[in-house]
Design a protein around this ligand. Sequence first.
Ligand code: FBP
Length: 548
Amino acid sequence: MKKSALQKARAAYQPKLPIALQGPVKVVEGHATQSVADQEAIKALFPCTYGLPEIRFEKNPTPTPGKPLNVGVILSGGQAPGGHNVICGIFDGIKKINRDSRLFGFLMGPDGLVKHRYIELTAPIIDEYRNTGGFDIIGSGRTKLETKEQFDKGLEILRELGITALVIIGGDDSNTNAAILAEYYKANNTGIQVIGCPKTIDGDLKNDVIETSFGFDTATKVYSEVIGNIQRDCNSAKKYWHFIKLMGRSASHIALECALQTQPNICLISEEIEANNMSLDQVVDYIAGIVASRAADGNNFGTILIPEGLIEFIPEIKRLIKELNELLGKNKTVVAGMSEEQLTDFILKNLAPENVEVLHKLPETVARQLMLDRDPHGNVQVSLIETEKLLSGLVADLLNTTPSFKECGGKFSAQHHFFGYEGRCADPSNFDADYCYSLGFNAAALINAGVTGYMSSIRNLVKPAVQWIPGGIPITMMMNIERRNAEDKPVIQKALVRLDGAPFEKFAAQRDEWAHNTCYIYPGPIQYFGPAEVCDQPSMTLKYEHKH
Ligand code: FBP
């Protein structure tokens, strides 16, 4: 395979490990744990893996030789920079424990385990992927591991290959499934351990014990680079408002981090809009107010960051989507054969009047998307809605009917962007390269320690990598009961942006200044080689959250 000059240089990068993982380790057990909420219910569902202690690894002055470990690994869900380094870390970790250890990768996500599709990951394969972005070493997929049949099919291949531990690299849902699988394999005395690793660019898999998910750092740096470039462009020509939607599914962590890095004129935070019960009109008024006030100062340009999940957090639209999902869900067979007109008619006749009103306020294309574009489960495909265009269109309509805007020389011309896939497979930043390699190496130590149902945890991340603290957290500790698809389910609690958290407070304290003055920061591209203050900085979210 032909490689770029940077790829070649990057392949030689040696990720940094916490000092404790640089030699043999011993396990230090903490106190017994309990779930974040719904303790009795979670305990009843996880009788074998509930209440386990937190684990920390320390250097072991009197190590004993380790036995060979046969390990399987799965990449689950959306790509996130650093996944390959987790796998490299597992490989190096188990080989260090015993050179006869072997690693098998299941192909295209959890499906590979169920359908028995795998490859053995040998040293030449691993060496090709060190410090690279992407999940292409074994591929990824979104199949959920949740049924007994799937668990048993998995067990067959694990036994056939002599695998005694499985590492699932995924987000909150995949790690929830890892916990369920760990419980099942333990309850059935299969002798198979299951370990999770926290992955997702969205940054919503974090809590008191998991400081961040991997991939967030690199993805937000990539987006911030291009947002910075756009800001410099718009500050040069001074004629466009750039509406930039950012990936992140529901939570606004990505938008908030990019705002802290680039200081745009506006950044919407979905969690705040919901908390303030803002209507779509109020959101539009807020944006138009800033556009008009900048226009009055002669600045007919600006940047606005919009989180991907915004639309679902605007309470009136949330209510509309909920009713639409219920109405169409309950009448699946009735609506199945309907033409578009018949379906529109059916919806308008059956929706509550206040929801019909909301629907009528929306531009026709968006209203049609909400009513007609459904996923295979019959739900509205919110991520397909071009929120950036919806908002700029509504802002334009409002400004066109505001005489004072024209009178003061106001002009409004919008450009639209959506950044998401551009950042998910970038070569990991030094932070993510080190963090991921450590997560994988640490997963190997957890396997060697014989535990199951744990998430690999590396803490103290705002400090240099040598001072990071490796260990393991029982996954059940992060769980609560939530209503999903009309059923109560045990799930890992998703972390949304906290309005009383330091990153949001920092942003809120500065946003008025950023709105009216032009305070752009241009972060530039990720640097892989050079001084630590340029190359090794963690995200601002992490720094503010863990500033002691
Ligand atoms: P994960 O939660 O699986 O890490 O995926 C994150 C994400 O990138 C979201 O930000 C985005 O909404 C979604 O995946 C897109 O999914 P897909 O890759 O299936 O288009």
